[in-house]
Design a protein around this ligand. Structure first.
Ligand SMILES: *[C@@H]1O[C@H](CO)[C@@H](O)[C@H](O)[C@H]1NC(C)=O
Ligand SMILES: *[C@@H]1O[C@H](CO)[C@@H](O)[C@H](O)[C@H]1NC(C)=O
Ligand SMILES: *[C@@H]1O[C@H](CO)[C@@H](O)[C@H](O)[C@H]1NC(C)=O
Length: 274
């Protein structure tokens, strides 16, 4: 749809060239355009994070007494006309500032994604299109949903938040519903690893049986993720992993330990039978 818009721009540019060549430059001549036109410098692709407020700008020069409307292309619903809202959804409103008519969509939902049209009621009508993408941040705890560790070892639970345009204001950890604090060998840290990924790390040193339970990573305003930690007093070594969740390397090592453990049992088993 953008080419329709580009066509308008091209026309505007062609007209501008004229007076400059004819020596109008520098005289502050502004009466050249006979009607409204769009300022092309505003973004046409907007990415909004689920639950945040989105702002779709539309800059119209020389609007005169014409109207500016915002239309949702999905269902051709007229959202706003000038300063008035024409949809029974309070999340939509227009913010007017100078020559800019910004469509504000509060608490963006997935279904808000799509194309929006800013239309000027000139003759013929003019349209400027803005595409909005909605990203949904994902919260995951690396590794299996059950984590087995040997008592006394250090465990590291890593919670990864992807597709978040902003770093979450905080990440809270809960152990069986109670807030985890940086005490008694527990330590939390948060790292922004890429422009859309954050990792929250919970380290529990010298794990004890009572550290077992449900650990929940709860980033501000986002979904949470949980893992069950099982601290073993050496009773099920075969099921044990090293404390660090999601590390293929440590899993590899422990698979080998398990293998050695199996082999040693194969070796010793005949003895009690004799
Ligand atoms: C806008 O997004 C679409 C698809 O999401 C892409 O094809 C297009 O190149 C983008 N345009 C700009 C100017 O980034
Ligand atoms: C806008 O203004 C022009 C002249 O300035 C007038 O002819 C026209 O009727 C007006 N349109 C509206 C919708 O008021
Ligand atoms: C862990 O706690 C969270 C939050 O209270 C809950 O949603 C989840 O179902 C629990 N997981 C298990 C395995 O009990």
């Amino acid at each position: 749809m953008n080419w329709v818009f580009d066509l308008n721009v091209t026309v505007v540019v062609v007209i501008t060239v004229g007076p400059t060549v004819n020596g109008w430059e520098g005289r502050g001549f502004t009466g050249l355009y006979t009607g409204p036109y769009f300022d092309t410098s505003t973004p046409t692709n907007i990415t909004a994070q689920l639950g945040t407020h989105a702002f779709l700008p539309c800059k119209v020069k020389q609007l005169g007494n014409k109207s500016v409307s915002w239309i949702r292309k999905r269902d051709s619903h007229i959202l706003t006309v000038d300063r008035y809202t024409f949809i029974a959804d309070e999340r939509f409103q227009v913010l007017h500032n100078g020559d800019t008519w910004t469509l504000q969509i509060k608490y963006v939902q997935s279904r808000d994604a799509g194309m929006y049209e800013c239309q000027v009621t000139s003759e013929p009508k003019m349209s400027h299109f803005v595409q909005m993408e909605v990203v949904v941040p994902q919260t995951k705890i690396l590794g299996e949903s059950d984590l087995f560790v040997k008592s006394g070892s250090t465990v590291q639970i890593r919670c990864i938040i992807t597709q978040s345009l902003e770093q979450p204001a905080y990440i809270f950890w809960y152990h069986d519903g109670g807030r985890v604090v940086n005490l008694f060998g527990k330590h939390q840290s948060v790292e922004r690893v890429t422009s859309d990924t954050t990792i929250g790390i919970l380290v529990i040193k010298s794990t004890e049986k009572r550290d077992s339970g449900n650990y929940t990573c709860a980033p501000s305003n986002l979904d949470s993720a949980s893992v069950m930690l099982h601290v073993l007093n050496g009773e099920h070594p075969a099921a044990m992993q090293q404390g660090s969740s999601g590390s293929n390397y440590s899993m590899f090592i422990w698979q080998n330990v398990f293998l050695i453990f199996l082999l040693s049992h194969l070796f010793y088993w005949p003895l009690p039978l004799t």
